[in-house]
Write a protein that binds this ligand. Sequence first.
Ligand SMILES: NC(=O)c1ccc[n+]([C@@H]2O[C@H](COP(=O)([O-])OP(=O)(O)OC[C@H]3O[C@@H](n4cnc5c(N)ncnc54)[C@H](OP(=O)(O)O)[C@@H]3O)[C@@H](O)[C@H]2O)c1
Length: 293
Amino acid sequence: MKALVIGASGQVGSHLVQTLIAQNCDVRATYHNHQIPDAAPLDITKVMETNALITSSEPDVIYLPGAFPNVDYCETHPAETYEINVRGVKNVVDAANQTNARLVYFSSEYIFDGISGPYTETDIACPISEYGRQKLFAEHYISLFSKNYLIIRTTVVFGWEWQGKNFIIRLINSLKDKRSIRVPADQISSPTYVNNLAQIVVELSLSDFLQNEVINVTGPDCLSRYDLAVAAAQAFGLDASLITPVSTAELNQPAKRPLQAGLKIDKLIASSNIPPTSHHDGLLLMAKQHPIT
Ligand SMILES: NC(=O)c1ccc[n+]([C@@H]2O[C@H](COP(=O)([O-])OP(=O)(O)OC[C@H]3O[C@@H](n4cnc5c(N)ncnc54)[C@H](OP(=O)(O)O)[C@@H]3O)[C@@H](O)[C@H]2O)c1
């Protein structure tokens, strides 16, 4: 099986590459600004470049975690980020349609307003941020024009990753340095262990069980960011008293957040043989892999 991972220098992409290699797939990987070994540069906003790389790779499956997922930056720079998160996705879909490749796209719970989560795959989307609107536009383009796709909706992805951007790594670094941190107690969501996400996505994408569908792939729990932060401190033996619960409004961020969010995974349970990892187990696996000394 030939796989192309667009955005392999990111959190999800790097774990997809590891999982695919472990399954003896022939993997081609790309990066954009952060160079990684054995990968080609690719900017999906460039039509010719995207076309050339996809058609010359002749992949069976194209994984597209490549995106600009900084929610606040999207809010303050809508035109710039639309180019990547929407027009870039269109470029990949159009090129993928010229091959027989299946496209696996990563979407988000941010397509919902966060009034009545957790959400199923068929609930009506109503984004409240520019990032959420961009992810929904991309979903619409894919479902209308892609010949062969799988849309994965996920959220609060955590685990070890070399760029160290995710919430849990930033939290651990603060607590290690004895810096206090304010964490929203009113944002409810479904934390997702990235190693487990990659394994499930590879399993789903290599089977024909789901075709041209949307599926939620997250951990099994719904909890607040604050509760997740405290669980992380406990798993790593760090001082949870440095974590202060606050409201999302107090943080005064440019983009609105869906508060009562999270995703339901009944469809995932019926479609996958791999059990979703709980936030508790994911954090313990992280702590076992790199304990804080
Ligand atoms: N992380 C989460 O909690 C979460 C939750 C829900 C959905 N998602 C979705 O899951 C996907 C992956 O997220 P992630 O956490 O892995 O993000 P990430 O770590 O920020 O990785 C994003 C990747 O996209 C690449 N990229 C950025 N601009 C590009 C461009 N113009 N052309 C080609 N590649 C480009 C980046 O390359 P460089 O780093 O080399 O520039 C990087 O490899 C995204 O679509 C995101 O919206 C993530």
